[in-house]
Design a protein around this ligand. Structure first.
Ligand code: KIV
Length: 293
């Protein structure tokens, strides 16, 4: 399936919208933090499909096409097997389904770690095929050269430090990071390195509140927390987690709905109606046009 589409430059989306809205920009997001303060916290949610993007767009500043789609959409055990093809297909769908939020697409494991040149080729493909405004990659000091290479070549980079899920095999699991002094110092150093390298925003995942606060108070760019306390300049959650689509969620997730329960109830009602033949009824039948035989 080709994911390439023609960008409509007046609306930054592939289809005209009833009332064209100007899409938020990377400088506008970065500019939300001025003199170390963010008056209006940045709202970010993941989206993987066009329909979900349509529903979330009006309420968000950033839609993140996270590689968490590996677990949420594809039923994989981790984000490690997620491919560039997957990210491009879902990224394009989310850009098509949104017109206000900045779309950021995750660079999947194996598509950028070899060096700046590999990262540039992967990021350029993601941007051309999806129409997104920026990419996100995991890692701190070790990724500084790559972040600087991409940023200098017109590719805005959102960095991601703390708990970095693509490193699950090296970390040995998804436990919170920064519980001891050396890990804490490393995370703070990682964050500063990504900022010095030119990242426009920084995701901080799974760390103690004090670390998130220290980073947020030190760096000039917005920090976006996930499991990192309200000290950050914005928040992100996996949309399906906060919608209650899963019975088990990490401690930091607040469920704003119970979609799992509601979907299950709806499917139960449908099955019952099919079995007792109370669906479909006349209301769902096509009518014959008057005057035609
Ligand atoms: O892949 C993802 O969804 C993320 C998050 C920050 C939620 O990286």
């Amino acid at each position: 399936m080709s994911t390439t589409f023609t960008l409509n430059t007046s609306t930054s989306r592939s289809h005209p919208v009833p009332e064209p809205v100007r899409r938020l920009t990377i400088p506008a997001i970065q500019g939300r933090k001025a003199d170390g303060r963010t008056e209006q916290p940045i709202v970010m949610l993941t989206a993987y499909t066009a329909r979900m993007a349509q529903l979330l767009d009006a309420h968000c500043d950033i839609l993140l096409v996270g590689d968490s789609l590996g677990q949420v959409i594809y039923g994989l055990d981790s984000t490690v097997p997620v491919s560039l093809d997957m990210m491009c297909a879902h990224g394009a769908a989310v850009t098509r389904g949104s017109y206000k939020s900045v779309v950021v697409v995750d660079m999947p494991f194996g598509s950028y770690e070899a060096g700046p040149q590999q990262a540039f080729e992967s990021a350029a493909r993601i941007m051309k095929e999806t129409g997104c405004a920026a990419v996100k990659l995991e890692g701190g000091e070790v990724m500084a050269e790559t972040i600087s290479f991409l940023s200098a070549r017109g590719i805005p980079v959102m960095a991601h430090v703390g708990l970095t899920p693509q490193a699950v095999n090296a970390l040995g699991g998804y436990r919170a990071r920064g519980r001891d002094d050396s890990e804490r110092a490393k995370i703070v150093a990682d964050a500063k390195a990504t900022v010095d390298a030119g990242a426009f925003a920084l995701v901080i995942e799974g760390v103690m509140e004090g670390i998130a606060r220290e980073i947020t108070e030190t760096v000039a760019i917005p920090t976006i927390g996930i499991g990192a306390s309200a000290a950050c300049d914005g928040q992100v959650l996996v949309a399906e987690d906060m919608l209650g689509l899963f019975e088990r969620t990490p401690r930091f997730v607040k469920r704003f709905d119970d979609l799992a329960g509601r979907i299950s109830k709806a499917a139960e009602s449908y099955a019952s109606d099919v079995r007792d033949r109370s669906f479909p009824t006349d209301a769902q039948l096509y009518g014959v046009k008057q005057g035609k035989s």
